[in-house]
Write a protein that binds this ligand. Structure first.
Ligand SMILES: Nc1ncnc2c1ncn2[C@@H]1O[C@H](COP(=O)(O)OP(=O)(O)OP(=O)(O)O)[C@@H](O)[C@H]1O
Ligand SMILES: C[C@@](O)(CCO)CC(=O)[O-]
Ligand SMILES: [Mg+2]
Length: 388
C-alpha cells in the first residue's frame, strides 16, 4: 500500500520575524503543495533492507541500510516515540553522522537540514522499518512560501497515518483531511521537524500548513479566521536564494544589540497584525466596502514592510519589486523570512486585467517570476492507494 499526503505552502500577510519574538502574525495557506509518498517495504531476504529518500525537486536520492541506522542508534527504545519529541543530544549527533556520509554536493548543502528533519521524523515515528519515501513540491524551495513547513507537515502526516496513534479510514477514496486530534499531532511533530530546519521557529508556518485557511497566531496559539473578503495576491519570486535559519538568527542578534528599539518594532508589528485580523473579519455588504478593506490591508502591508526593513531582512531585489509595483499604485511587502525570496502584492478586485498584465511583464523583465494566488484553502490531506 502507498500512503500519499500533501501539505500547502503559505504566505504571511503580517508579522513574520516579530512572531518569533512573541508578536501576533497573520498567515494564509496557498494552493501549492508538497507531496509525500510513503511505501513501507515488505520483508525480503534477497535485498539488503534500506530506508530510501527520493527528493524529486533537487534530483537527489539517498539510501541508508537499516543495519547502518541501527548502528547509529543503539538505543532504539529511547528513539521511538508516540508523542512529539525534540531532536537533541545523542540523536543530533547520530543524525549528523548519517547525513554527513551522504556527501551532499556543496551547492545543495541547504538540503542537509531537510534530510536531518526527515530522518528525525521517520525514525521517531516509524522506527527502523525499511521504506521508500518520495517527496516533490510545487513550491519554490527556500523562497519564503513555507516549503520547509509543508515538507515537515506532509511527512508527519504520511508517517503518522500508518501508526496506531492516528485512526484513519484506509478505504476512503481520494484526498481527505484528518480529525482535529490527528491534526494537532501532525502539527506538533511537524514543528519538531521545523526546529531542525529553522533553528528557532515560531510554529506559524507548520500550523497554517496543517490547518489551512487564514490564521492569526501568537506564541503558539492560533485563532482560525473566517475572512469575509477574498484577497487576491500577486506573488513575485525574486529568485534570490536565502536561508530562513540565518535570517531569523540575524534578527535575534539585532535585538540583542538594540533591545529597546527592537521591542518597539515588534510591538508595532503586533498592532498591525491585530488590526489586520479585525479588518479581514469585518462584514462586506458591497464592492465599496471590499475596496475600503483592501485599502486598509494595503496600508498595513506597507507599514509592516517598513518595519521588516528596520529588522534588516529586506533585500535590493525586494526593493525593486516594491518600487515597480508602487508605480502602479499597488502595495507590496516581503513574505516569509525575506532576504530575497518572495514578495506579496495585493491585487484589488477592481484592478483591470491590463494593469495586472503590465505589472507582471515589468516585474518579469527584471528576471523575477510572478504568479497569482488566492488567499486561504485546504490544509494537509491524505490519500491511500491500494495496488490491485
Ligand atoms: N521539497 C523539498 N525537497 C527537499 N528539501 C526541502 C523541500 N522543501 C523544503 N526543503 C528543506 O527546507 C529548506 C528550505 O527551508 P527554509 O525555511 O529556508 O525556506 P522556506 O521554508 O521555503 O521559506 P520560509 O521559511 O521563509 O517560509 C531546504 O533547504 C530543504 O532543506
Ligand atoms: C521568519 C519567520 O517568522 C517566518 C518564516 O516563514 C520564521 C518563523 O516564524 O518561524
Ligand atoms: Mg521555512
Amino acid at each position: 500500500m502507498e500512503v500519499k499526503s500533501r501539505a500547502p505552502g503559505k504566505i504571511i500577510l503580517a508579522g513574520e520575524h516579530a512572531v518569533v519574538h512573541g508578536s501576533t502574525a497573520v498567515a494564509s495557506s496557498i494552493a501549492l503543495y508538497t507531496y509525500v509518498s510513503l511505501r513501507l517495504s515488505t520483508p525480503s531476504s534477497e535485498n539488503e533492507e534500506s530506508l530510501k529518500l527520493v527528493l524529486k525537486d533537487v534530483d537527489l536520492e539517498f539510501s541508508w541500510p537499516i543495519s547502518r541506522i541501527r548502528e547509529a542508534f543503539p538505543d532504539y527504545v529511547a528513539l521511538l516515540s508516540s508523542t512529539p519529541a525534540s531532536c537533541s543530544g545523542d540523536s543530533t549527533k547520530s543524525i549528523a553522522a548519517l547525513v554527513e556520509e551522504l556527501s551532499i554536493p556543496e551547492a545543495k548543502i541547504g538540503l542537509a537540514s531537510g534530510v536531518s528533519a526527515f530522518l528525525w521524523l521517520y525514525l521517531s515515528i516509524q522506527g527502523f522499518k525499511p521504506a521508500t519515501v518520495v517527496i516533490s513540491s510545487e513550491l519554490p524551495l527556500g523562497a519564503g512560501l513555507g516549503s520547509s513547513a509543508a515538507f515537515c507537515v506532509a511527512l508527519a502526516a504520511a508517517l503518522l497515518s500508518v501508526t496506531d496513534s492516528v485512526s484513519v479510514d484506509l478505504c476512503q477514496q481520494g484526498w481527505h483531511s484528518f480529525g482535529e486530534k490527528e491534526l494537532d499531532l501532525v502539527n506538533k511533530w511537524a514543528f519538531e521537524g521545523e526546529k531542525i530546519i529553522h533553528g528557532k521557529p515560531s510554529g506559524i508556518d507548520n500550523t497554517v500548513s496543517a490547518y489551512g485557511n487564514i490564521i492569526s497566531f501568537r506564541s503558539g496559539n492560533l485563532t482560525r479566521m473566517k475572512s469575509n473578503v477574498h484577497l487576491k495576491m500577486l506573488i513575485t519570486n525574486t529568485k534570490v536564494g536565502r536561508n530562513t535559519k540565518a535570517l531569523v538568527a540575524g534578527v535575534s542578534e539585532r535585538m540583542l544589540r538594540h533591545p529597546g528599539a527592537m521591542a518597539f518594532v515588534f510591538s508595532a508589528v503586533d498592532s498591525i497584525s491585530k488590526e489586520l485580523t479585525t479588518v479581514l473579519q469585518s462584514p462586506t455588504p458591497d464592492h465599496l466596502s471590499v475596496t475600503q478593506i483592501e485599502e486598509k490591508v494595503e496600508e498595513l502591508m506597507e507599514m509592516n514592510q517598513g518595519l521588516l526593513q528596520s529588522m534588516g531582512v529586506s533585500h535590493a531585489t525586494i526593493e525593486t519589486v516594491l518600487q515597480t509595483t508602487l508605480k502602479y499604485k499597488l502595495a507590496s511587502k516581503l513574505t516569509g523570512a525575506g532576504g530575497g525570496g518572495c514578495v506579496l502584492t495585493l491585487l484589488p478586485i477592481l484592478l483591470s486585467a491590463t494593469v495586472v498584465d503590465k505589472v507582471i511583464a515589468e516585474l518579469e523583465s527584471n528576471g523575477f517570476q510572478c504568479f497569482i494566488a488566492g488567499v486561504g484553502g485546504n490544509g494537509v490531506e491524505i490519500s491511500f492507494e491500494h495496488s490491485s
